[in-house]
Write a protein that binds this ligand. Structure first.
Ligand code: AMP
Length: 205
């Protein structure tokens, strides 16, 4: 089963994703991290990716979909994985749906982390100082939030209509937020003592 952590930049997706994959024993597919790695290499798309990252714009759908498709087909994803930062457009969500058949995997749930916008801006400013990320500068942050509202927010309705959206309050400590996610995940995927926590663990009844 595929799971998605969803929300605006700075909401805590990356931090919570790390906790969740260690809890479930599945890989984390973070498109932001993958892109930051590719930009550091000198491949054909490195410049295009660097431009998008520095400006806080989305990388073109074809490029990201190809990258994610290749990653999801790898053997370590055969028991499911957690997507962090993908999908970010309705086109990407459609592409993920298309992969479901060929890869024999379903999207189980989209966990939407919610935090007030002022808090997000405060968190991103802190991260900008701490990690020196080129896209955490104040003017780029504003643009990334606009991009989120215009291109990514429509996915909330998309997944709500499909009954896949789970709303999570993202305020409070990392532990408090993780506990809310864990409770929701445990309801979605009842854990069975006999296996190691992989996501595809539901036994036919
Ligand atoms: P993140 O680390 O998830 O905040 O992503 C950092 C940046 O990577 C974004 O601002 C985009 O430029 C790019 N990016 C990450 N995921 C995607 C995606 N699914 N589609 C397009 N661009 C993406």
């Amino acid at each position: 089963m595929w799971l998605v952590l969803f929300g605006p930049p700075g909401v805590g997706k990356g931090t919570q994703a790390k906790r969740l994959v260690s809890y479930l024993g599945i890989p984390q597919i973070s498109t932001g991290e993958m892109l930051r790695e590719v930009r550091g290499a000198s491949g054909p798309n490195a410049q295009k990716i660097a431009d998008a990252l520095d400006k806080g714009q989305l990388v073109p759908d074809e490029l990201i979909v190809e990258m994610v498709s290749e990653r999801l087909a790898k053997p370590d994803c055969q028991n499911g994985c957690l997507l962090d930062g993908f999908p970010r457009t309705v086109e990407q969500a459609g592409a993920l749906e298309q992969l479901s058949g060929p890869l024999g995997m379903e999207l189980g749930g989209v966990f939407r982390l919610r935090v007030e916008e002022e808090e997000i801006i405060r968190r991103l400013a802190q991260r900008g100082h701490r990690e020196n990320r080129s896209d955490d500068k104040p003017e780029v942050v504003r643009h990334r939030l606009d991009v989120y509202r215009q291109q990514t927010q429509p996915l909330v309705d998309y997944y709500r209509q499909r009954g896949r959206l789970f709303e999570i309050d993202g305020t409070g400590s990392v532990d408090e937020v993780f506990e809310r996610i864990r409770i929701t995940v445990d309801r979605l995927i009842p854990r069975q003592p006999s296996n190691n926590g992989s996501v595809d663990q539901k036994q036919p009844s």
